[in-house]
Design a binder for this molecule. Sequence first.
Ligand code: GZL
Length: 341
Amino acid sequence: MARKMWMRGTVAALSATALLALGACSSEQAPAAEGEETTSDDGGETEEAGDELISIGFSQVGAESGWRAANTKSIQDTLTADNGFDLSFSDAQQKQENQIQAIRSYIAQGVDVISFSPVVETGWGPVLEEAKAADIPVILTDRAVDTEDDTLYESFIGSDFVLEGEMAGEWAVEQYDGEGYQMVELQGTTGSAPAIDRKEGFADAIAGSDIEVIDSQTGNFTRTEGKQVMEGFLQKYDEIDLVFAHNDDMGLGAIEAIEAAGMTPGEDIKIITIDAVKDGMQALADGKINYIVECNPLLGPDLAEVAQKVVAGEEVEKRIVVEDKTFDQEAAVEALPSREY
Ligand code: GZL
């Protein structure tokens, strides 16, 4: 978390620096032209001309999980007028066509920066080319796009999902190798970077062990669909020893299905998830989930810092990896009281 604290301090410093560079907070600012005003996007606060805010259009995946809610809060709490931003925010309801439409509207508005979390990895070339042609820099957060041309975006800020899958799989091997465990997998959204990479990382980690993946289906990162898929697995298989869910919300749905089938989650069927949001950590503390790999959603400060640097014409790292921790039951009990999300 030290990195995060540094980021917050940096964002504050950069806000002042960037705004000074933009001539926005100098008290010697030339008086506004007669009647010329700009209005920020967060509640109609009116800025005099010259107090230029960085206009940023953000297309969010949706509101599918506790992780997404925390990620949205971090972005909206950080990209405020007080921090030098005029944020336009849109929720794509997990549909790529809605994200593409939102990005095109930001291009038409002529924002200073576009940022988004791509719901899936592919299909972004045309709209990113349009942003590039309009000379509007793009910053990716949370999820990656599958492109050979890394000039289509300035930076990608997010966790290493392959590593998350590996950490989950390594724990499973440590705990259960030699037990002949039969495992089912609740995958995230089909075609999304976290689903593809977490699956890959976990499979790599358990290769050579006697943990067998007997089925794997998408629950689309939601609690409802995670429960539905788990209900199907319980009807189809006589013995399931372990569930690997790509996020807490699908793991919490699996808990509901396991309990409805008269079994004890965390004991009769072990559960490993990724995210470490509050509801997941509570289930871990209660022994219903057995292990969680964190995926830190608090990307607002990093995004603010990179956006300010990009607008100021400064170099930015092409890839900013957000560090994640892991939690067993004891660590969850200890962490819960001070958990930010
Ligand atoms: C991961 C993020 C995933 C979370 C899910 O960075 O994209 O999407 O793991 C969320 O909870 O829905």
